[in-house]
Design a binder for this molecule. Structure first.
Ligand SMILES: [Zn+2]
Length: 445
């Protein structure tokens, strides 16, 4: 049963067949329970050791389920879920210049962002994601859609040179973004970051301002970087510098930097990332679909760079299933390196959880099941014959399951999804709004 149509998170005990705490990596606990009090993990212990102190707490019995930490999607554009399937099978710059940017120009407003983000949040909650980093215009609407649905997020402040429905200039993006940052300062679910879109859409002055405010406010910088070989070559043709060199010169490289994609990297750049403690959000399915390239995940991990996972927007994926993304990340690295031992199932789960928390600077709070951390927890149902026999639950989770097997999602102790039902939002009303956006977009093409 779900206890969570309540204002406060309920105290309860989740009794599972398997608990995978994420830390230490690869650990699988048989017949264990997770005790949740006041939205936090109070204890993880063998179910048979539950005692008097737990007697009066409601129990969630999960006899065929694996329970683990909520998944963390470290890169996306939630509102673009309204453009899922709108333009496929195109290379990045053609896709952006001739399809995505024109349709965004015409339709993006506050309502578009709120409805698109609500759709993405509903999908993410249902497939086990409990926290996402998001970059889009109208961050207030992104934040509102996340908060209303009890979802955790890093809502980025977008910065680009070109005018759009939200802001006219880099200066105005920053001005409005800082006001947004102030408005969510006390939120328990929302953090912020500055997101200069990419080296090819932001000026040197824009980057310098971003670096200044990031240091002042102690918030991360989230940046698309080296997404394709073409991007790097065009920059070198233009001013003789690789975008990475330019970012380094402008002072972006630090442990607050979250780079996204990174398909083109030299050995020296990998060393610099490791030295500076900068993070990488790897989006394998988007990179594959747009034929952007392959991020050298194996080498980054070997050098000690923190690599997490992102789906990117649903317009270039086309789903937001992070379990699927973890499987793709493992497979792609194996094929890219010719080494089947690289990115194991356990490592892929770490990338989808604790590494994501580290990238967001939230690893004291989320990313693993540990006493004192927020109760961001998912349960995956292994009843189906597709998961038998159960030689290795962690292997089944990454290599055999996908988001549709997620049967419970809790965020800060609140149950937001149970057995096919989002408990925090009205999905049928949302579907009606989404359908009306589809008709509107189609009719004006
Ligand atoms: Zn992106």
């Amino acid at each position: 049963m779900c206890f969570l149509m309540q204002a406060a998170p309920s105290d309860h005990v989740i009794c599972a067949r398997w608990v995978v705490p994420v830390m230490p990596e690869g650990s699988v606990l048989d017949y264990h329970s997770v005790v949740v009090r006041e939205g936090r993990i109070d204890a993880i212990l063998p179910t048979r050791e539950l005692g008097e102190a737990h007697q009066n707490l409601p129990k969630v019995e999960l006899p065929n389920h694996l329970v683990t930490a909520g998944l963390i999607n470290t890169h996306g554009h939630a509102a673009m879920t309204l453009l899922r399937g709108y333009a496929d099978d195109l290379p990045l710059m053609d896709w952006l210049n001739n399809h995505i940017w024109p349709v965004e120009d015409r339709f993006v407003d506050e309502a578009f962002v709120f409805d698109g983000t609500s759709l993405a949040v509903a999908e993410m909650i249902a497939s086990g994601t409990t926290c996402a980093a998001d970059t889009y215009f109208f961050p207030d609407a992104v934040s509102q859609a996340m908060t209303e649905n009890g979802f955790r997020g890093q809502v980025c402040i977008p910065v680009v040179q070109f005018p759009n429905a939200w802001a006219e200039s880099e200066e105005q993006h920053l001005e409005k973004g800082l006001a947004f940052h102030d408005s969510v300062r006390d939120s328990s679910l929302i953090t912020t970051a500055l997101a200069p879109h990419a080296p090819y859409t932001v000026s040197d002055n824009g980057f310098s301002q971003v670096v200044k405010y990031s240091a002042e406010l102690q918030i991360p910088i989230h940046l698309h970087l080296h997404e394709t070989k073409g991007e790097v070559e065009a920059a070198v043709d233009d001013d003789g510098q690789r975008p990475f060199e330019r970012m380094q010169r402008l002072g972006l490289l630090s442990s607050r930097l979250q780079t996204v994609h990174m398909t083109e990297l030299t050995e020296g750049e990998i060393h610099t990332l490791a030295d500076k403690g900068a993070h990488v959000a790897h989006c394998p399915e988007s990179n594959m679909k747009l034929a952007s390239g392959i991020c050298p995940v194996h080498s980054l991990l070997e050098h000690g760079v923190n690599v997490a996972l992102g789906t990117d927007g649903a317009a270039s994926n086309n789903d937001l299933d992070l379990l699927g993304e973890a499987r793709t990340a493992a497979f792609l690295t194996k094929v890219a390196t010719g080494d089947a031992t690289s990115v194991s199932a356990a490592r892929a789960l770490s990338m989808a959880t604790i590494n994501g928390a580290r990238l967001l600077g939230l690893d004291d709070e989320i990313g693993s099941l540990e006493k004192g951390k927020s109760a961001d927890i998912i349960a995956v149902d292994f009843t189906d014959i597709a998961f038998q026999p159960m030689h290795n639950p962690l292997s089944q989770l990454i290599y055999a399951a996908n988001g549709t097997q997620v049967s419970y999602t809790w965020i800060a102790g609140r149950c937001v999804y149970q057995d096919g039902r989002n408990t925090s939002l009205d999905v049928s009303a949302l579907k009606t709004r989404v359908e009306s956006w589809q008709k509107k977009i189609q009719s004006k093409l």
